[in-house]
Design a protein around this ligand. Structure first.
Ligand SMILES: [Zn+2]
Length: 266
């Protein structure tokens, strides 16, 4: 009886371990770097200096990956839910805004302002600011990955099993990494290739609120859910259908991150 109990416990532990890192996934390395690289392009001279004072020789692109690297250290487990915000299906714009106001969980939406506040606070130490800067750069990227503003019941698409060019995958992973890797560009090549916003886009994205940003990612995730179903075999056509939306999310992420940083050091 005791043995059965222990086996049960072990199974539950394995199940939890197998499940946790999935939900904690994010834009892959390349996606985050693209956002950082594009942001760097739009920094004012003051912001560039301010960022360099915090990060030293580390670029925004390279700093963006640190919050994923630290997931291997359990003392940072408390940051797990800061990478995303789960939203229920069927909300309109006001519904999303109201949900964000009432959601008391630590999430990507309510943690970004905290990072901004730390960076503006003259009392904070260099180490505190370095961490806040790396997290801010990363989280603004995450906020633009549509499956980071997706449903709780499928863990942001982690439980939606699909294949990607015949390889077993899931919807979250396709959007974190596989669609981006499919383009076969380095992060600098990728940033250069998509960094062509119109004047109107630049103007709009530089003035959008964080709530608006969440809403647009939520709309993007709704489109993804509409088209992608469990057990779908995704390949060429999926790329054709979604590459423009993917690139716009990455570009918006970079422009909005620059705007946030410019504002901090204005
Ligand atoms: Zn993340």
């Amino acid at each position: 009886m005791i043995l059965v109990h222990q086996i049960k416990k072990a199974c539950i532990a394995i199940a939890i371990i197998a499940y946790l890192p999935l939900n904690a996934a994010a834009w892959g390395m390349t996606g985050h770097r693209i956002v950082g690289q594009i942001a760097d392009y739009y920094l004012t001279a003051r912001a560039r200096k301010g960022v360099a004072q915090v990060l030293g020789a580390e670029s925004a692109a390279m700093a963006s990956n640190w919050p994923d690297f630290i997931k291997s250290d359990t003392s940072y487990n408390y940051l797990g839910s800061w990478h995303y915000v789960n939203l229920p299906a069927g909300l309109d714009q006001n519904g999303v805004f109201n949900f964000l106001d009432s959601d008391k969980q630590a999430n990507v939406y309510n943690k970004i302002p905290e990072m901004i506040a730390i960076l503006k606070d003259k009392q904070k130490t260099a180490a505190e600011k370095q961490m806040a800067m790396r997290l801010l750069i990363h989280f603004v990227g995450d906020l633009h990955q549509p499956m980071h503003t997706a449903r709780k019941d499928d863990l942001g698409g982690n439980k939606v099993t699909v294949t990607w060019f015949g390889q077993r995958s899931n919807l979250h992973r396709v959007w974190d990494e596989q669609l981006i890797e499919y383009q076969q560009l380095s992060y600098t090549e990728y940033a250069a290739a998509i960094n062509h916003p119109t004047k109107d886009q630049l103007k709009k994205w530089s003035h959008d609120s964080l709530k608006q940003t969440v809403y647009e990612s939520y709309e993007a995730c709704n489109k993804i859910y509409e088209v992608t179903k469990a057990d779908d075999k995704l390949s060429y056509r999926y790329n054709f259908d979604f590459v423009d939306m993917l690139n716009e999310q990455l570009l918006k992420g970079g422009v909005r991150l620059a705007h946030i940083l410019n504002d901090i050091y204005a």
